[in-house]
Structures are given as structure tokens and as C-alpha cells.
Design a protein. Structure first.
Ligand code: C2E
Ligand code: CA
Ligand code: CA
Ligand code: CA
Length: 282
């Protein structure tokens, strides 16, 4: 009897501390959600844009929008708040802002008769379930953009929790005429399977593979296989994180379609990407 009592006492202690830490986690998530809502209201978020270039012609094929948070003392990178926003659900609201701002910028370039065929926007799993199809449709209409001017980048993790639902939503988006891109290819385990079952028009070769492709034959071969498969399936390939001329040359020799990376430009604020796009020949 004594042992049982000690045991249950121990369990009770354990339960109590678990529930206290669960409360602390929930409080922390609430604080984050409030800060993000306040940040949106005070217009503290900014979009930066990184150009994507065709490997054969060197022309701009699109730009990728990447969010930052301008706080009084510093520009906070997405790694510091996107995971929290995904956790507490405020990614849906933040994501709607990102989509609207990216489309507003695209509409501006269009009015100015500037060359930028496509805007790529990152979308999280939560947003897929948060009525994304309707949001995308309304946002494109608000800015008078064609669906083909928008590309939605999804990571594999966005598709994992409910693959059937994700697939249905992906097809609705594709039917709308928006193109889908599989981000961070090679980081997950079933990426090849994912390419087969989802309506992706583009696959993005992850930075990790690109950074090792000149030194590691495994990474080189993986990229070569992916590009060959993509070509057979009429899927466009974009290599990300290209930093060295040798990487770009190698990708070009393998028949990769496009690239982005510091070798061309880092993500740039709106005024600077606009200057970039105004250069002759882009
Ligand atoms: P990602 O979509 O894979 O974006 C590519 C990241 O690589 C960006 O980091 C970009 O700045 C960085 N990058 C670009 N060129 C180079 C290069 O040559 N070398 C290296 N080492 N890195 C390069 P960033 O902007 O910090 O974004 C990090 C991640 O945050 C993104 O990864 C994306 O998953 C997420 N993210 C950014 N903006 C959004 C957004 O609006 N919504 C959502 N849901 N996620 C976002
Ligand atoms: Ca991306
Ligand atoms: Ca990526
Ligand atoms: Ca990534």
C-alpha cells in the first residue's frame, strides 16, 4: 500500500509539472500570437524579393517573396518567427498579408511595364487548411493579376499531416491556374513520391545539395537524377542557394532551368529589387 501511494504521489508530481509546463508553452504561444498581430497592425512586416534567373538566357523568370520583421532595433529573419506563427495559427493572417503585399508589388511592376513573369510566395501547411483557395482567388482579383503570375511554394512538411486533403487543395489551386512548386527538394524522404502524386509545375533543388554538388558525387548524382526525371515529366527545376560560378556552370551543364542565390543577389527590399528589374536586359 505504501509503495502504491508513493507511486501515485510521484505520478501526481509528474502530472502537475507536465501541466504547468504545458501552460507555460500555451502562454508563450499566446504572447507570440499577440506580438504578431500587433506587428501586422503596426505594419512592421516587410517583404524582400530574390530574383530567379533562367540558366540559358540569364533572364529573370520570377522573384521569390521572403518575409522579414522590422522591429525598432533590427530586421528579424523568418526563422525566428515563422515557426512560432505556425504553432499558434497566426501564420494564416501573416500569410494573407504576405500574399496581398506580394501581389500588390507584382501589380505595380505590371503597371510600370516592367519584366517580372512570376511572383513566388511561400505557403505553410496551416494556410492550406485556412481557406487558401478562396484567399488566393480574391487576392489575385483585387490586384487584377492572372493566376499564372503567381507560384505557390510548398514544403514537403506542409503536405505530411493530411496528404489527401493537401492533394485536394493543391489540385484546386492548380485548376485555378496558379502554379505550385515543391520547395526544399531532397530534404524530406519521399520527395520523389510527392512529385508523382501532386500537381507540381516546379521543383526547387535545396541549397544543401547545391552547396555540396561540386565536392560530393552523391549530391551531384542526386541533382542529375532529379533534373533528368523532371525533364521527362515536364517539371521545371530551380536550384536555390547558388553562391559560386562553378555551381551555376554545373547546373547549366545538367540542364537545370533556373537558379537563385547570392551569386546573383540576396533577397532585396522592394525599392532595390525594382531597380534591379529596371536594368536593361533583365
Ligand atoms: P526558403 O523558402 O527555402 O527560402 C530560401 C532561403 O535561402 C531564404 O532565407 C533566402 O534568403 C536564403 N538564400 C537565398 N540565397 C541564398 C544563398 O545563395 N545562400 C544561402 N546560404 N542562403 C540563401 P530566409 O529569407 O531567411 O527564409 C528562410 C525560410 O523562412 C524560407 O526558406 C521559408 O521556409 C521561410 N519563409 C520566408 N518567408 C516566408 C513566408 O512569407 N511565409 C512562409 N510560410 N514561410 C516563409
Ligand atoms: Ca521557398
Ligand atoms: Ca527552399
Ligand atoms: Ca528552406
Amino acid at each position: 500500500a505504501l509503495r502504491a501511494q508513493q507511486y501515485s504521489c510521484g505520478r501526481w508530481e509528474l502530472w502537475r509539472s507536465d501541466s504547468e509546463s504545458a501552460h507555460a508553452v500555451a502562454r508563450e504561444a499566446d504572447r507570440w500570437a499577440q506580438r504578431i498581430h500587433a506587428g501586422l497592425k503596426q505594419e512592421e512586416f516587410r517583404l524582400y524579393y530574390q530574383p530567379q534567373l533562367a540558366l540559358d538566357t540569364g533572364k529573370v523568370v520570377g522573384v521569390e517573396a521572403l518575409v522579414r520583421w522590422q522591429q525598432s532595433d533590427r530586421l528579424v529573419p523568418p526563422a525566428e518567427f515563422i515557426p512560432a506563427a505556425e504553432n499558434n495559427g497566426s501564420i494564416v493572417q501573416l500569410g494573407e498579408w504576405v500574399l496581398d503585399e506580394a501581389c500588390r508589388q507584382m501589380a505595380f511592376w505590371q503597371r510600370e511595364d516592367m519584366h517580372c513573369p512570376r511572383m513566388a510566395v511561400n505557403v505553410s501547411a496551416h494556410q492550406l487548411r485556412g481557406g487558401i483557395v478562396d484567399t488566393v482567388w480574391r487576392t489575385l482579383a483585387r490586384h487584377s493579376l492572372a493566376p499564372s503570375q503567381l507560384e505557390i511554394e510548398l514544403t514537403e512538411s506542409a503536405l505530411l499531416s493530411d496528404p489527401a486533403e493537401a492533394k485536394a487543395i493543391a489540385h484546386e489551386l492548380a485548376d485555378l491556374g496558379v502554379t505550385l512548386s515543391l520547395d526544399d527538394f531532397g530534404v524530406g524522404y519521399s520527395s520523389f513520391a510527392r512529385l508523382r502524386s501532386m500537381p507540381f509545375k516546379t521543383v526547387k533543388i535545396d541549397h544543401q545539395f547545391v552547396s555540396r554538388m561540386t565536392a560530393d558525387s552523391y549530391d551531384y548524382d542526386l541533382i542529375r537524377m532529379l533534373i533528368d526525371l523532371a525533364k521527362k515529366k515536364q517539371i521545371t527545376t530551380i536550384a536555390e542557394g547558388v553562391e559560386q560560378p562553378e555551381q551555376r556552370e554545373l547546373l547549366s551543364s545538367l540542364g537545370c532551368d533556373a537558379w537563385q542565390g547570392y551569386l546573383c543577389a540576396p533577397p532585396l527590399p522592394a525599392e532595390r529589387i525594382t531597380q534591379f528589374l529596371r536594368q536593361p536586359g533583365v
